[in-house]
Design a protein around this ligand. Structure first.
Ligand code: 9MJ
Length: 675
């Protein structure tokens, strides 16, 4: 019996090694040595045997790259060495300046050797290997703190779960870029389009979204890939003396390294490399937005050192955005989710960098005035990466005699209500709010979008019908739709109705950050929503927050805080939120240690003049820890902060035996709890 089980283990080990070997040949080296059919047969054999002996399945078996049960949230990790970003060069002069700075700092006139690499337009990721095993994958985040996405990176086939070969350090952090291959992206979008589903915007955004899926089975289905380009933490053995040699070493341990990386002499060599890569750009199966030059010798890198976020020994040489001339045929005005009436340029279709462009953003009326733009003008269009193409200049000489002025409509082009210019903003807005059907449609479209509630099958055409038939007035109404209401609508067969109702049901299980984002609060994009979710952990504390407390969240200033506050306190919005929750939308509260402190629930009083903090600031920071800040001292007061010239409140506190602290102690308390 023991003998049989040992035989099985050995056979499983043999098959795993074989599958891993061919996976590596295919995904890391792009050099398969067997056919897909042979590989599939081998893989199935392993899977069948594992199904017979489930106890013998190991975590690092290649069959385990399909993802696991969804997580409720990602935990944060702190990078032991910060993940850097790169300074940019936009032309050859910038590259020569970079070379000069490097040579001056190194006090040498010798030619510097640069490792030249394509700059992958993906998502920076850190992988940690301990004793050769992949133990953690993390996003770059802000460079200091990222998110733990281990379950997701484990599904990416070009990332080894276990290093191969010999001599790797006991702890090794490998960094690189995860990307969505162009071919897989195109296939996925064709499939989505054929099913009438939303198409994804760009490979980069989709790669980022796929890496931040709580359900790693979804990540697994996407076919992401990765190129590695540096090491972070290294413990337990020494690496070679040049960056290019380290990459060779990583490759020998099974990591995927870009085959176009080359070492070149000086700025001249870099420029040759730039031209070469630019000419191949369209033929690659991944998006690049430039090339990167890195001083190859590590001793030189060491002497050059770093600035705050960027190394002095590297620079990214960006490709110029693609441009092209065409004619402005018309300008139409669209009404967005928040009522903003925005001009959109309708263009004579033109091919720019392989993409046909027929619309461009004009932002606002001030932009039109700045460009002195007329309908009929010949305009220069710029398309950079995933941003909406924009008009950057006008050829005045080509202006036809019948060119016509662009006028803001007198009233909302959709609902006919008054249009107002918002004070201090360049934007004009329709004054009707959700009574305007365009705003209603856009807010429902936003609510159901992928980064929000992710409701598959709810396309723009269907939203138009739902709003026009008054079946849906706000997002909460979506969750009361019935089969009887949906079946009579255009292009709604029983199967699509069923799919939509299932998608709605599934969307009820969400995360707090997606829910906040879905509400469509002005100025509250994905990252602000994430910040709010991380800070408050759940919805009730967010709804109870004061403006001042909101301002203490990173990246939220007084304007955004005011928008969030007024949105959450507006009666109709409150009702929609209550209805959504009553109709089953839910999430797991996010773990936050904000309220795990002794101040939570206490009553504090501020008195006298504070010197470092303003009264409002102190109040908001105390409130952010769950403390109540009261104006008068009583027996229920837990603590009084006494600034200079404190008067009667201090006397009363002393009489009642209430604890009194000074401003310095308050600050150290607030800092201790990161308030
Ligand atoms: C990309 N995006 O391809 C770096 N990168 O090195 C390459 N990024 C980098 N290197 C240090 N090839 C910081 C970022």
């Amino acid at each position: 019996m023991v003998g049989e089980s040992a035989d099985i283990s050995a056979e499983l080990e043999r098959l795993r090694t074989l599958v891993n070997h061919h996976n590596h040949q295919y995904h890391a080296l792009d050099a398969p040595t067997i056919s897909d059919a042979e590989f599939d047969k081998m893989f199935r054999e392993l899977k069948t045997l594992e199904e017979q002996y489930p106890d013998l399945i190991t975590d690092d078996s290649p069959t385990q790259r399909v993802g696991t049960e969804p997580l409720s949230s990602f935990s944060q990790i702190v990078h032991e060495l910060p993940m850097l970003s790169l300074d940019n060069a936009f032309d050859e002069d910038d590259v020569r300046d970079f070379e000069r700075r490097v040579m001056n700092r190194l006090q040498t006139e010798d030619t510097i050797e640069f490792a030249c690499e394509p700059k992958i337009d993906g998502v920076a990721v850190s992988l940690l290997y301990e004793d050769g095993k992949l133990v953690r994958g993390a996003t770059r985040g802000d460079g200091t703190t990222g998110e733990d996405i281990t379950t997701n990176v484990r599904t990416i086939k070009s990332i080894p779960l276990e290093l191969i070969g010999k001599g790797y350090p006991a702890r090794l952090e490998v960094r690189g870029e995860v990307y969505f291959p162009r071919s897989a992206f195109a296939r996925m979008n064709e499939l989505a389009a054929s099913k009438g589903e939303r198409v994804f915007a760009t490979p980069r955004n989709t790669a980022a979204g796929s890496l931040r899926q709580l359900d790693s089975r979804m990540t697994a289905s996407r076919g992401l890939s990765m190129f590695c380009y540096s090491v972070g933490l290294v413990e337990g053995s020494d690496l070679p003396e040049k960056h290019s040699q380290i990459l060779e070493r990583l490759k020998s341990w099974g990591m995927r390294i870009n085959p176009l990386i080359q070492v070149k002499p000086g700025a001249r060599g870099c420029s040759e490399y730039y031209m070469d890569i630019q000419s191949r750009r369209e033929s690659l199966d991944y998006d690049i937005d430039g090339v990167v030059y890195k001083v190859d010798r590590l001793d030189q890198q060491q002497s050059l050192g770093m600035l705050t976020r960027t190394p002095r020994w590297a620079i990214a040489h960006k490709f110029a955005p693609a441009e092209g001339w065409t004619v402005l045929r018309d300008v139409e005005f669209q009404v967005g989710r928040t009522g903003a009436v925005t001009p959109v340029a309708r263009l004579e279709p033109v091919n720019i960098g392989g993409v046909t462009i027929s619309n461009a953003s004009l932002h606002n009326m001030d932009e039109i005035a700045r460009l002195e733009l007329l309908v009929g003008d010949t305009v220069l269009i710029q398309r950079a990466g995933d941003v909406i193409p924009k008009i950057i200049s006008v050829d005045r000489k080509k202006r036809p005699d019948d060119a016509r002025e662009i006028k803001l409509p007198a009233e909302c082009p959709v609902c006919g209500s008054e249009i107002n210019r918002v004070e201090d903003e360049v934007i004009f807005r329709c004054s009707a709010g959700l009574a305007c059907s365009a705003q209603r449609k856009e807010s429902i479209w936003h609510f159901s979008s992928r980064l929000a509630m992710d409701i598959d099958g709810l396309g723009k055409k269907l939203i138009d019908q739902l709003v026009e038939a008054s079946l849906v007035e706000n997002p909460a109404d979506l969750y009361q739709l019935t089969e009887e209401q949906l079946l009579p609508l255009e292009r709604m067969a029983p199967k699509s109705v069923d799919n939509l109702l299932t998608a709605l049901e599934n969307s009820k299980e969400t995360t707090l950050e997606k829910f906040i984002y879905a509400l469509g609060i002005q100025e509250t994009g994905e990252s602000t929503a994430r910040g709010l979710a991380a800070h408050f952990g759940d919805l009730p504390p967010l709804r109870a927050a004061t403006r001042e407390e909101l301002e203490f969240i990173p990246d939220i200033g007084p304007i955004v805080a005011a928008k969030i506050y007024s949105f959450l306190h507006q009666e109709s919005n409150s009702k929609v939120i209550d209805d959504l929750i009553a109709r089953g939308v839910h999430w797991e509260p996010v773990a936050t240690d904000r309220l795990a402190n002794e101040l939570n629930g206490q009553t504090w009083v501020l008195t006298g003049t504070l010197s470092t903090l303003t009264r409002n600031e102190a109040k908001a920071r105390l409130q952010s820890l769950g403390a109540r800040v009261s104006g008068s001292v009583s027996a229920k007061t837990d603590c009084v902060v006494a600034g200079s010239a404190a008067g009667s409140k201090l006397v009363k506190a002393e009489k009642l035996g209430v604890e009194v602290i000074d401003e310095d102690l308050l600050i150290s308390l607030l800092e201790r709890y990161n308030a």
